[in-house]
Write a protein that binds this ligand. Sequence first.
Ligand code: ZN
Ligand code: ZN
Length: 226
Amino acid sequence: MGANQDRKSILTRIRGVMGDESVEGNIIETQVFCINDGAIIPTGSWRPEEYTHNDHANPRAFVFDPNMIWRFKEDNELVHFTAGTILWRKEYDQIRYCLMRRRRYPAGYYTIPAGHIELGETPHMSALRESFEESGLGVISIEQIAGGSTPYEGIELLDECRRGSIYHIWTLFSCECIGEPSLSEEGDVIGWYTQSEIINNLSLNRASGYFFGELFNETPKNVRDQ
Ligand SMILES: [Zn+2]
Ligand SMILES: [Zn+2]
């Protein structure tokens, strides 16, 4: 096997192994495939930050978690389903937004709390779970601003994740919060930022850049390419 096979041919082979979409109970253990060549990576040698296979190391792999929702597109690209939250609070007359700087791929980019929707979850449940896991904040009101009542009705964005997908179907919520955020294992910085700081200063991952651009009606200056 060559070190860098065509992504589509690797995904075509993985689809043959995994099937067309996630089905509850079909896989019992996490399945990991090398992103360079599609080889099966023993889960014991895979770490969320990076794994090494033969002569190559990569922060990304194709990871199929038994709890995660995924499916293949007609062209064999892989799609994940994501719920995210814009967390905000009012300080006097100024609104600040909670963002976290990622410690894992794509490391160094600021993001809103977000994560893969799990089998059996509604986007609403998933958003509240992820926002609590990644910020610890208390939510005092929640409003849906993109997507529908199922994970499948969201907005498709090109947005790479460390589990190998480049396409994510997004559902988004806006939550007014109380408390101070606390760091999860996903991040190395977390805090409250103004609209101006988000537009001018922070390096944002692609989805956060897109959603803040929509919210502020102004495109943030530093957004990751993919
Ligand atoms: Zn490999
Ligand atoms: Zn993903």
